[in-house]
Design a protein around this ligand. Structure first.
Ligand code: ADP
Ligand code: MG
Length: 249
């Protein structure tokens, strides 16, 4: 049993079988990468884990409990946090204000704008937000408008907003998509530091094989909605089926 266990999950969109009999077990405190060509069903699978989509059949167990039938915010409270393919941050708020949103949401169960009024009394939360910003090297941009940040910094901020919730499982959908090489390398280093510094399991969808091979303990190759192989990075690199189906060799 892993911290996350997906059993026989199927998902159709009309006539299209987006996921067919997906089985996946993610071991606690590991980084598990899911790779595969465009349209393979990777994002659909993540959406089934966070309650954005409900599988037609099958089960999804997290930390011994079923996530199926739960709302996204309930699944989030169970300890699953997700970094989206397009950063979901509030452009009109400052970096620091963005950081307070998950903290208030966690404390109060929901987020209310007027919660900011009491912000000066919330020394503990402020310190927590600043510590997290420091960890992702963004403390110097604390008072910048989030909308004015570079693509890499927006992603870093979103990651910090996820991590401050102390998730047990962090899901990342193409965290380096559209990033320049330097930002990609920074993201790899950041994820490595996070992996070392806390108890966390990560499930990462990624196109960039440099990122995958730098971070993953296990790799699942998804093709046409079905896992083709699952193995260590070393084995995956040399796998003939993978070369043929995914690496295009
Ligand atoms: P990936 O993330 O691996 O690129 P997706 O999970 O986004 O793939 O998509 C898998 C397949 O399901 C694709 O053929 C895509 O067009 C289709 N699909 C995804 N979401 C929907 C949806 N909401 N409605 C209809 N078809 C969808
Ligand atoms: Mg996708």
């Amino acid at each position: 049993m892993g911290i996350l266990d997906v059993r026989d999950v199927n998902k159709r969109f009309g006539g299209l079988q987006a996921l067919g009999n997906v089985n996946l077990s993610v071991a606690e405190n590991t980084v598990h990468a899911i790779i595969g060509p465009n349209g393979a069903g990777k994002s659909t699978l993540l959406n089934c884990l966070v309650g954005k989509l409900i599988p037609d059949t099958g089960s999804v167990m997290f930390d011994g409990q079923s996530v199926l039938g739960r709302k996204p915010y309930e699944i989030n409270q169970m300890g699953i946090s997700r970094v989206f393919q397009t950063p979901e941050i509030f452009g009109d708020l400052t970096v620091f204000e963005n950081m307070m949103i998950p903290l208030f949401a966690k404390r109060d169960g929901s987020f209310r704008m007027h919660a900011f009024e009491g912000v000066s009394h919330e020394r503990g939360l402020i310190a927590e937000a600043e510590k997290m910003l420091d960890e992702v090297n963004m403390l110097d941009k604390r008072d910048f408008h989030a909308g004015s940040l570079s693509r890499g910094d927006k992603r870093r901020l979103e990651m910090a907003m996820c991590l401050i919730q102390r998730p047990k499982l962090l899901l990342l959908d193409e965290p380096t998509a559209g990033m320049a090489r330097a930002d990609t390398n920074n993201t790899i280093e950041l994820l490595k530091t996070i992996k070392k510094s806390r108890d966390i399991t990560m499930c990462i969808i990624e196109h960039d094989m440099h990122v995958v091979f730098s971070l993953a303990d296990r790799i699942t190759v998804l093709a046409q909605g079905t896992p083709l192989v699952e193995d260590t990075p070393e084995k995956i690199k040399g796998h003939p089926k993978v070369k043929e189906a995914y690496l295009g060799e």
